[in-house]
Every structure is written in structure tokens, then in C-alpha cells.
Design a binder for this molecule. Structure first.
Ligand SMILES: Cc1cc2nc3c(=O)[nH]c(=O)nc-3n(C[C@H](O)[C@H](O)[C@H](O)COP(=O)(O)O)c2cc1C
Length: 400
């Protein structure tokens, strides 16, 4: 019997995805000094499209250059670069790949090296060193109303340059996720208070994106199953938001969890989760029951057996793969044709563990430069080189 991973998936808008494997969003850091796409994106996405994933979601592309997640982000805000985006889209949609642009605003998670005063629903600083993230200021109603318009403009640009869809980033503590949590959203106007109010920026942004694109253009949302913080966005609240997203006719929801303060998306919390690999498996099954929207589940999948079991159990419809795709861009092809049974769990081999994010980011820079991954890179060397790259990229930013 053929693997459930090889089964096509029809989305609510009628688009057919060729298989159940998806490359999860991974920030690339490859933009030029004007935050435009480059030939390095083309080189990277050509490899991922050839690698066999049904869906490839890009790293987060910012809707506002004042608020970057890192200095090398692509931004679309009238800064030109359409020809480079079109080349990027052409490379990433080869091999019948659904290339979706993740669109994002980091809010208070904008690092100090690119922004002295980030914005947030309320002026609640991150419980992380102030040297890395400056204290945010509360957004004005006018600034909030501008957000859905910016998401819509970027989605329209994505469609015009050849991307097959977008994914609004409403997970991991970014701006839309900050609005969802009462810990950061303490507003008393129509954007805060009840869950319906806290979710309204996300839902208005989804509706604006739908209105600015076309029915065959896929609209997805990345959402936390929970923030895993006392008093934060809970799984119960997630189930309600998923229902509303279903009514807003999104084509797929990617489920993750956590944020910069509580990075649940990067590791298993319990032994039982570790055994089943997928960090948010139980939550995904509940979410799938709550709304008839296809669910992509990301976080922890490494073996074909665990991926097939999640699909067979009906916990999700697609498997998101993040870190493995930084080192093995052709992993989907090898899982599908039986050459591989599992990805290498590089994250468990990197010492010190705090170096892991930089280690994976540096592998993406290498792929963008046409080089093979450097699996001999030590954690210590990765920390230094990653910081050096971020500082140099920040220093080279033009037009700010
Ligand atoms: C280097 C790196 C960059 C990432 N960039 C993004 C991003 O831009 N947007 C996003 O939603 N998640 C991002 N993530 C999180 C991944 O999409 C995914 O949720 C996480 O890595 C867990 O999946 P995995 O266990 O398959 O790696 C990133 C993760 C890593 C390691």
C-alpha cells in the first residue's frame, strides 16, 4: 500500500496539493540592503521545489520595514524588487510546488539591533534581556487599522509576482499572536478584552487578504495551539479562533505553539511527546475536530513512521518540516520514494543547545550561496558567525 504521505490533498478552494509534506517557514536572512529578494532566494527555493514538498512556505516576509524580525528579511512596502520576487516565485513553484509567502509583523519581537522602539498591542516588554529587545510602545488605533491594509497589499504583490498563496503569521508571539494573548493585549478598546476582540485583527487581516486576491490563491494562517503560558492564549481559545478562521474560509491552518519567551515550537515538553515526535499532536487532533479546515502540523516530526501515524490517526492533513529542511532540502523526495526513513535530528547534536538557531540559519545562508550544508560546524563557531552576520546585515541596511 502506498504511503499516506504520497496522497494528494484538495484544499477548500479546489487547489490540489501533490502530497502531504510541507516545508515549514524558515527565516532566510537573504535580502539585500533594501530588504528586497535576491538571487540567493532563487538558489535556495530552487532546491526546496526540486526537493519534493507539496507545499513550500517561505520565511517570514515583513509588511512594514520599521519592524523586522531580523535585518535580512524581505519586506514588501513599495521598495521595488518585483523582478527579483518573480524570479524567486518561478524557482519556488517549479515541480508543481505550492509556494506560499509567509507574511508577518513581529511587533514587540522586533530586535533592538533593527528597532529602538517596537510596537505592540500594549506596552508590555518581553521577559527577555532589554539589550536584545527594546520596550515596546502601545499601538494607536490608526496604526492597528493600517495592519490589515498592509497584509492585503503584500498578499496582492505575492499573487502578482507568481506566488501561489500566503500564510499570515499569527503564531510564535508575533504581532497577530500578541493581539490574541491577554498577557500582551491589555487594551480596553475594540481590539482588546474578549477573545472576539483580541482575534479581530487576525480575522480582519484574513478578510482583507481574501478581498485583495482571488479564490484560487491559497490563504493560510499559522496559529499557536496554545502559548503554554499561564494566562496566555489557551488551547480552548485556539479552538474558537480555528472555528472563526473556518468561517473566514482559510484554506489551511498550520499549527505550532509557543513564542520567544516560551519557545515550545523548538522542543518536546514531555517524554510522551518525545516518543510521538510531534510536539502538538494531541492539540492538532482537537483542532481538526473543531473546524473542517485542513491542518498542517509542524514541530518535531523526523521519522516517516511518526508522520504516517499522524496522518492515519486523522490528527492532521499535512506534515510541516522545519529544521530538517535546512540540511536536507531533498528529504521529501527521499521519504516519498523510500530511500530514507527519517531525517537526522541535528538539533540534538548541536552543543551548546543555545547555538542551534544560529546553526540552522547559517545552513540556509550556505544553501542560498550554492554551497552544501556544513554539518561539521560546531555550536560555538555557529554562535559567533551568526551574530557577525546579523550585525553586518543590520549595518548594511539602506534607506532606513
Ligand atoms: C532557522 C529557523 C527559522 C525559522 N523561521 C520561521 C519563520 O520565519 N516563521 C515561522 O512561522 N516559523 C519559523 N521557524 C519555526 C519553524 O517553522 C518550525 O515551526 C519549527 O522549526 C519546528 O519544526 P521542526 O521541528 O520541524 O523544526 C523557524 C525555525 C528555525 C529553526
Amino acid at each position: 500500500m502506498s504511503s499516506p504521505l504520497a496522497r494528494p490533498l484538495t484544499l477548500p478552494n479546489g487547489v490540489v496539493i501533490k502530497n502531504r509534506l510541507a516545508k515549514a517557514p524558515l527565516t532566510e536572512g537573504l535580502a539585500d540592503g533594501w530588504n528586497r529578494a535576491t538571487g540567493r532566494h532563487v538558489a535556495l527555493y530552487r532546491q526546496w521545489a526540486a526537493g519534493g514538498s507539496g507545499i513550500v512556505v517561505t520565511g517570514n516576509v515583513q509588511i512594514d520595514r520599521r519592524y523586522l524580525e531580523r535585518p535580512g528579511n524581505v519586506v514588501i512596502d513599495g521598495n521595488g524588487g518585483e523582478a527579483a520576487l518573480a524570479a524567486y516565485a518561478q524557482a519556488g513553484t517549479a515541480n508543481n510546488t505550492q509556494l506560499w509567502m509567509q507574511i508577518s509583523h513581529p511587533g514587540r519581537q522586533t530586535p533592538r539591533r533593527v528597532c529602538a522602539e517596537p510596537v505592540a498591542p500594549s506596552a508590555v516588554p518581553l521577559a527577555l534581556p532589554e539589550s536584545a529587545f527594546a520596550r515596546p510602545r502601545e499601538m494607536t488605533p490608526t496604526e492597528i487599522e493600517d495592519v490589515p491594509r498592509r497584509f492585503a497589499r503584500v498578499a496582492a504583490a505575492a499573487r502578482a509576482t507568481g506566488f501561489a498563496g500566503v500564510q499570515l503569521h499569527a503564531a510564535h508571539g508575533y504581532l497577530l499572536s500578541q493581539f490574541l494573548t491577554p498577557l500582551v493585549n491589555r487594551r480596553t478598546d475594540r481590539w482588546g478584552g474578549s477573545l472576539a476582540n483580541r482575534a479581530s485583527l487576525l480575522l480582519e487581516s484574513v478578510r482583507a487578504v481574501r478581498a485583495a486576491t482571488a479564490p484560487d490563491f491559497c490563504v493560510s494562517v499559522k496559529l499557536n495551539s496554545s502559548d503554554f503560558q499561564q494566562g496566555g492564549f489557551s488551547n480552548e481559545e485556539c479552538l474558537a479562533v480555528v472555528r472563526w478562521l473556518g468561517e473566514a474560509s482559510v484554506d489551511m491552518i498550520e499549527i505550532s505553539g509557543g513564542n520567544y519567551e516560551k519557545p515550545a515550537m523548538m522542543g518536546a515538553a514531555t517524554d510522551s511527546t518525545r516518543r510521538r515526535e510531534a510536539y502538538f499532536l494531541e492539540y492538532a487532533a482537537l483542532i481538526k475536530k473543531a473546524a473542517p479546515v485542513p491542518i498542517m502540523l509542524t514541530g518535531g516530526f523526523r521519522s516517516r513512521a511518526a508522520m504516517e501515524a499522524a496522518l492515519d490517526e486523522g490528527a492532521c492533513d499535512a506534515i510541516g518540516l522545519g529544521r530538517p529542511m535546512c540540511v536536507e532540502p531533498d528529504l521529501p523526495n527521499r521519504l516519498l520514494d523510500g530511500r530514507s526513513d527519517a531525517a537526522v535530528d541535528w538539533e540534538n547534536r548541536i552543543v551548546p543547545a543555545k547555538a542551534a538557531l544560529g546553526w540552522f540559519c547559517l545552513q540556509l545562508l550556505r544553501l542560498g550561496d550554492g554551497l552544501a550544508p556544513d554539518t561539521g560546524l560546531t555550536g560555538e563557531a555557529a554562535i559567533g558567525r551568526y551574530l557577525q552576520n546579523e550585525e553586518a546585515t543590520a549595518a548594511a541596511l539602506l534607506g532606513r
